[in-house]
Ligand binder design. Structure first.
Ligand code: CUA
Length: 361
């Protein structure tokens, strides 16, 4: 390949790959769990409509501009042993006025529906009796309080199908952003502010969400789920969440308290008293599908991993239990004395805690 052709071929390859990616984008698979291009509510639909509009307009502009560029590259390339400069031109008033006006027109075509979509999202919810959920972003989990039921839970939001949900989004530490891509827009969680947002889920299922404002080292691990249930299943869930722990869990509660877990986590109540404790409320932790803010599936093995070494699962998590290699015979106490920070939990204690938390359903 001649040295002169190499850059041109490189450019062509980049152009073709970018073009293919762009054309593929709107036909991407619905298996992408956090894609806005498969909306499930009218709010998400309004956002997707805007995306599609901007997408097709910019695709047309891209193809037009790149097509003209390629045409010029080939049509006016250097041929043979030409040495003279081609004819130089400068300025063309009709062309310059034309592309300036065309650009302004395209911006107006995108601007007006954007304003309408924002008004729709930030306007009043279309329901006189919405389900209200107070959402608090924390480093690094999501806390939900349902005033109607005086009920606090974490990470896994449960809502009934076909009832508008109004969220009041805030934070107790830094700025986070609350986002279920297939169900609605994003809302920043800002300390000291109450930011409203709403959507009406119309399909049952489990949908993924994610904090979308950088909030520290474990920002990417600040995930959440929303479970959209039938109204009957939702009522059953509320009832279950309000049921006190089983009496046989009391022995485990002793270990939970003695191990220091109780300083941050509540397991005896599921109401407003639990709000804004340092850690998530664990009263019904066994009913959740995931733990550690969507980082691990909720299995006994994963609970054990998490309690043993939370910093490894979620760096800088406020749960600071150092990883211990205290499993040898007669070793735990000696190991624990060597640890300078936080608590130290020998294997047997972690097993008791896991059994206890498994009863919390
Ligand atoms: Cu919370 Cu990013």
């Amino acid at each position: 390949m001649s040295e002169k052709r190499a850059p041109l071929i490189g450019f062509l390859i980049v152009f073709v790959v970018l073009g293919l990616l762009w054309i593929w984008y709107p036909f991407g698979t619905p298996l992408l769990p956090m894609s806005t291009i498969f909306p499930l509510t009218e709010n998400a639909e309004a956002t997707q409509w805007m995306y599609a509009l901007v997408y097709w307009i910019t695709l047309a502009v891209f193809l037009g501009v790149e097509g003209l560029l390629l045409y010029a590259l080939f049509r006016f390339r250097k041929r043979g042993d030409e040495t003279a400069h081609p004819k130089q031109t400068h300025g063309n008033t009709p062309l310059e006025v034309g592309w300036t006006l065309a650009t302004v027109l395209l911006v107006i075509v995108m601007y007006v529906p954007s304003c309408q979509a924002i008004r729709f999202h930030q306007g009043p919810p279309p329901s006189a009796n919405p389900l209200v959920v107070d959402v608090t972003g924390r480093q690094w989990f999501w806390e939900y309080y349902y005033p109607e039921y005086d009920l606090t839970t974490a990470n896994e939001l449960v809502v009934p199908k076909d009832r508008t949900v109004v969220f009041h989004v805030t934070s107790t530490d830094v700025i986070h952003a609350f986002w279920f891509p297939r169900l609605g827009g994003k809302r920043d969680a800002v300390p000291g502010r109450n930011q409203p947002m709403w959507f009406t889920p119309t399909e049952t299922g489990v949908f993924q969400g994610q904090c979308t404002e950088y909030c520290g080292s474990s920002h990417a691990l600040m995930r959440m789920q929303v479970v959209v249930s039938t109204p009957a299943d939702f009522d059953a869930w509320v009832k279950q969440q309000k049921t006190p722990p089983p009496p046989e869990s009391m022995a485990g509660f002793g270990v939970f308290a003695a191990s220091g877990c109780i300083a941050c986590h509540m397991t005896m109540a599921n109401d407003k008293t639990v709000l804004h404790m340092n850690g998530p409320n664990l009263m019904k932790v066994a009913t959740r599908k995931q733990i550690a803010a969507g980082t691990l599936e909720n299995t006994p093995e994963n609970l054990k991993t998490w309690i043993h070494d939370p910093q490894h699962v979620k760096p800088d998590a406020k749960m600071n239990v150092p990883a211990m290699q205290c499993t040898g015979p007669g070793q735990p106490d000696a190991c624990c004395r060597d640890v300078q920070i936080g608590n130290c939990l020998p294997d047997a204690t972690v097993d008791q805690l896991v059994s206890y938390l498994e009863m919390m359903k």
